[in-house]
Design a protein around this ligand. Sequence first.
Ligand SMILES: C[S@@+](CC[C@H](N)C(=O)[O-])C[C@H]1O[C@@H](n2cnc3c(N)ncnc32)[C@H](O)[C@@H]1O
Length: 217
Amino acid sequence: MSHTSTRVHAEHFQYLAERTSGDDTFLTELKAAAAQEGIPAIWVAPEQNSFLAILLRLIGAKEVVEVGTLAGYSAIGMARALPKDGRLRTIELSPKHAKFARDWVAKSDVSEVVQVLEGSGRELLPTFADNSVDAVFLDADKAGYPGYITEAMRFVRPGGLIMADNAFAFGQLFDENPTDPEVSAVKAFNDFIPTVKNLEAVIVPMGDGVWVGVKTE
Ligand SMILES: C[S@@+](CC[C@H](N)C(=O)[O-])C[C@H]1O[C@@H](n2cnc3c(N)ncnc32)[C@H](O)[C@@H]1O
C-alpha cells in the first residue's frame, strides 16, 4: 500500500511541541536572563534542541562544532548528549553573546564539555583538522552557510552529521516580499545543499526547518 505525505500545518508543529519534554529549570532561567540583557530570543525551538541531542546520541558523538552560540541554549542542549570527555566548541561573533554564553555554560552541568570560541565562523572553521569532528550545527549568518558547508565537508568525519537551521527562512520562505534580509541567502543555500557531493541531506520540518545531512564518504 502506498502513502502520500501528510501536509504539515501549524497545528502539527504545536502538537509535536506539546509532546516533547521541553526546557528544564536551568534553560528556562537562561532564556529569562538572556531576555533581560536584551539578547534576542532567536534560539532553536525546545523540540529541536531535543531532536539535535537525539541525533548526537545516535551517532555516539564526542566532538561537535556549532556556529552561532547566542546565549548558549542549543550548545548546552547538545552538550548534554555528549559523554563527559566529549567536547562541543561553539563559535560566536558577538562579544556580548559570547560573554553571556560563557557565564551560563560555567554555571551549567556541561561546563567541562562546552567551549565558547569568540570569532567568526569564516575565520575559525578553517582551523579545525580534517575528519576530526562528529557533527556540526550551523545557526549563524546565512550568507556564510555555503562556505561553512565546504569547510564542514572537510573537518567532519565520514558518517558524521551536518545540520543547519532555518531552512524555512524564518517562516518567510514563500513570501513574495520577505522582510528579513537573509531570506535570499537561505533560498540559495537550500538550492546549494542538494548539489554537495557526498552529502545526503533532508529538511526536517521542525522549528524553522532544519537540514540534517550525513557525510557519506
Ligand atoms: C540564531 S542565533 C544562534 C542561536 C543558538 N544556536 C541557539 O539556538 O541557542 C545566531 C548567532 O550567530 C551569531 N553570528 C552571526 N554571524 C556570525 C558569524 N559570522 N560567526 C559566528 N557567529 C555569528 C549571532 O551573533 C547570533 O548570536
